[in-house]
Design a protein around this ligand. Structure first.
Ligand code: PXP
Length: 237
C-alpha cells in the first residue's frame, strides 16, 4: 500500500505572507495525521521563506507518524538536523531565487559534500533520502553513497504539456523506480503531484511513498486538512 507523506510548507507560506502566527503548520500536521497521513514533510529553507526553526522543533514533538525534513546539504542544516533528529532527512538542491525545488540533486557533481553529509546523518539514526531526477546515472551515483532512500522527482511528469509528453515522463519514472529498487533503495516520489495526475505514479509497484504538498494544502483551504488528506489517501490506495 502506497504511503502518503503530507508536506505542510505552504501552510507556513500563508502565515509568512502576514508574518503572523496563523495558520500553523504544526496544527495542520496534526489534522493531516487525523486524515490518514503516514508521515509529515517540511522543508527548512536557508531563507526561511515558509517553515521556521520553531515549526521544525514543534513538529518533532507532535508528529506521531514519521517526520521527514527536507533540506540542502549544508553545514548549518546538518547541525540543525542532528539537533532535532527527524526520522528522515531528504537532501534537495536549493537555489535562493527558485519558487520551488526545480529538479533533483546532481549527485555526481556533489559527491564529496554528500559523502560527508550522508554518514553524519545516518550515524545519528536518521534515514537519508536523496531527491533525484529519474536518471539512471544519478541513481548509480546515489547507490555509491549508500543513501537509504531515493525520492524520484515527478516535476517534469506533472508539467507535461500533452498526453504524449506525460507518458514519456511516466515511463522514465517507472524505469527509474525499477532500477532504484534493484539498487536496494526504498523508493518514494513527489513534486507537482495533484489529485488529477497522482494515480499513474501511485500505481508504480516499486514506489512506497508519495510526498505531496501544494495540491493538498490548496484543497485543504476549501475542505479542511483532514478531508483533503482523506481524499488523497483514497486516491493513491
Ligand atoms: N518532494 C520534494 C523533494 C519537494 O521539494 C517538494 C516541494 O517542497 C515536494 C515533494 C512536494 O511538492 P508539491 O508541493 O509540489 O506537492
Amino acid at each position: 500500500m502506497v504511503k502518503l507523506g503530507v508536506n505542510v510548507d505552504h501552510v507556513a507560506t500563508v502565515r509568512e505572507a502576514r508574518k503572523t502566527d496563523e495558520p500553523d503548520p504544526v496544527a495542520a500536521a496534526i489534522a493531516a495525521e487525523l486524515g490518514g497521513a503516514d508521515g509529515i514533510v517540511c522543508h527548512l529553507r536557508e531563507d526561511r521563506r515558509h517553515i521556521q526553526d520553531r515549526d521544525l522543533r514543534l513538529l518533532k514533538e507532535v508528529v506521531r507518524t514519521h517526520l521527514n525534513m527536507e533540506m540542502a546539504a549544508t553545514e548549518q542544516m546538518v547541525k540543525i538536523a542532528l539537533d532535532i533528529k527527524p526520522d528522515m532527512v531528504t537532501l534537495v538542491p536549493e537555489k535562493r531565487a527558485e519558487v520551488t525545488t526545480e529538479g533533483g540533486l546532481d549527485v555526481r557533481q556533489n559527491h564529496e559534500q554528500l559523502a560527508e553529509t550522508i554518514p553524519a546523518l545516518q550515524n545519528a539514526d536518521i534515514l537519508v533520502s536523496l531527491f533525484v531526477d529519474p536518471d539512471v546515472e544519478q541513481l548509480k551515483a546515489a547507490a555509491r553513497l549508500r543513501a537509504d532512500y531515493v525520492e524520484i522527482h515527478t516535476g517534469l511528469y506533472a508539467e507535461a504539456k500533452d498526453a504524449e509528453e506525460e507518458l514519456a515522463q511516466l515511463e522514465k519514472i517507472q524505469h527509474a523506480a525499477a532500477i532504484a529498487a534493484k539498487l536496494g533503495f526504498g523508493v518514494s516520489a513527489g513534486h507537482g503531484l495533484t489529485y488529477q495526475n497522482v494515480r499513474s505514479i501511485a500505481e508504480i509497484e516499486e514506489v512506497e511513498e508519495l510526498n505531496i504538498g501544494h495540491t493538498i494544502v490548496s484543497r485543504a483551504i476549501m475542505t479542511g486538512m483532514e478531508q483533503a488528506v482523506r481524499e488523497m489517501v483514497k486516491l493513491i490506495r
